[in-house]
Design a protein around this ligand. Sequence first.
Ligand code: DC
Length: 224
Amino acid sequence: MKIINIAIDGPSGAGKSTLAKMLAADFGFIYVDTGAIYRSVGLYVLRKGIGSKDAAAVSAALPEIDVEMRYNDGAQLMILNGEDVTSLLRTPEVSIYASDVSAMPDVRRFLLEKQRKLAKENSVIMDGRDIGTVVLPDAEIKIFLTASPETRAKRRFIELTEKGIETTYEDVLADQFYRDKNDSSRALAPLKPAADAVYVDTTYCDLEESKRILRKIVEEKLEK
Ligand code: DC
């Protein structure tokens, strides 16, 4: 069977993972959450007591890091040096660490081949920041998903609160501004739409409407 790759990029809180998971289930693709891979590296660095911006120390630690993805009933689990760390990756602290370490060239190089290998061997829907531009420039379908900063922060705040993570809307918005700026302004693989991506703004769409839009994009491209 022909392998098809779908790239979904966009800023944090745009709904990428929720929508990519849904599309993966509908169309029988494997969902790959690349942010979780950067988060796992961020968690390792944080636990090791290395500063999130200490590129030399992070590079030196990379050989100690083994990140692996496993799937359990379609859910992606992140295994860091043999430990299932999936439930530890969504805290605000790990978010900042992930964003900071992801700007480091050594970290991106370290993770690039891993992501490409997954996409070469499987039909994947991969979400992240640079999937359509750098990781899978030949992906058959590319979507850039975004929404206003306030809408994204509101969604993220609800998600974190539902998971029992204590925070405030103001803190989520501030973290998000930090990450948006970091992720978009870095020199290497910054967040930006690929020239051939379909741009989808979900500020005024609820989840059902967003699902309908993305399903239609994928169906139309797959039919061609
Ligand atoms: O999607 P996320 O919020 O879980 O990603 C966490 C951080 O990882 C994000 O702030 C930027 C970084 N990231 C990246 O640089 N490239 C990717 N493909 C995915 C995530």
